[in-house]
Design a binder for this molecule. Structure first.
Ligand SMILES: C[S@@+](CC[C@H](N)C(=O)[O-])C[C@H]1O[C@@H](n2cnc3c(N)ncnc32)[C@H](O)[C@@H]1O
Length: 257
């Protein structure tokens, strides 16, 4: 399973596999949106469309869900896999949402903020999300706090070095999750719920700390080839012995406009 495609973007199949692991977190996020039949809802950075499809089932045939992503390949994948009368997918950028003011009863963005490069002003991004939300409507943001990642490996100094590097450098905005509460509050959104859910992984190859981290750590000379060989070998052995453990927190914040 590849995490990034040749464009360096996240691969749609990887996101679909991750959706199974994150099912409970995703279901919780729909509840936090207060979705009810007849609602009009938006999923920004919808990827392959898994969430938009589930939301469309909740809002029913009198409602409507739009999934929006700036990657045409994601939208193509979503349109091929998820078809429903009350579901649309569109190409668009979170910086400039192609919808009128106050159009949606609720808006959601999952793992979008962590991929936004520093050129994005996250306050401008949240203001754009607020603009398309109805007064009294819900905004739900979900993201990984990569700074909370932990992993059981004997060399603690190397573990810290690699996990810090992953959060700081491999993710454009790796601490997005912990910043949501402050982001919503300073943009005058009434925060109604904050939840943190751990994602525990017991198989090394299911984490982002194998092939991807190894490639980037070597490229940036953060670790030596010898260190990375030992890392990959020992963590694969731990998986075989049933001793591999890794965990990272997902942060979910809901607020009312
Ligand atoms: C990590 S993926 C998460 C996808 C989906 N939310 C999920 O949970 O499976 C981030 C998604 O955000 C999209 N994205 C990145 N920058 C964007 C932007 N400026 N506007 C809209 N979507 C964007 C990417 O194409 C990608 O599909």
């Amino acid at each position: 399973m590849s995490i990034t495609n040749f464009n360096g973007n996240v691969d749609a199949n990887y996101l679909k596999e991750m959706a199974k692991l994150l099912e409970d977190i995703k279901d919780t996020s729909y509840q936090m949106m207060n979705l009810t039949p007849g609602n009009i809802a938006l999923d920004i950075g919808c990827g392959p469309g898994v969430d938009a499809y589930k939301m469309a089932k909740i809002v029913g045939k009198c409602g409507k869900v739009i999934g929006l992503d700036n990657d045409p390949e994601m939208i193509k994948d979503a349109q091929e896999n998820f078809i429903a009368a009350n579901l649309e997918f569109a190409i668009g950028d979170v910086k400039n949402l192609p919808f009128p003011d106050g159009y949606f009863d609720s808006v959601r963005a999952e793992r979008l903020f962590q991929v936004l490069s520093p050129e994005f002003d996250v306050d401008d991004v949240i203001q754009e999300i607020i603009r398309v939300t109805k007064k009294g409507g819900m905004i739900v943001v979900v993201d990984t706090d990569w700074g909370s990642a932990s992993l059981d490996y004997e060399d603690q100094e190397l573990t810290n070095r690699l996990l810090n590097f992953f959060a700081d450098v491999c993710r454009p905005n790796g601490f997005a999750g912990r910043k949501f509460l402050g982001l919503l509050k300073r943009n005058n959104i009434k925060v109604t719920d904050v939840k943190v859910k751990p994602v525990i992984t017991l198989e090394f190859h299911e984490t982002t700390f194998g092939e991807w981290l190894t490639r980037e750590a070597l490229r940036h000379e953060v670790a030596t080839p010898k260190e990375m060989d030992a890392w990959n070998q020992e963590l694969a052995d731990k998986t075989d012995n049933g001793e591999f453990y890794s965990c990272v927190n997902m942060v979910l914040v809901a607020g009312k406009k």
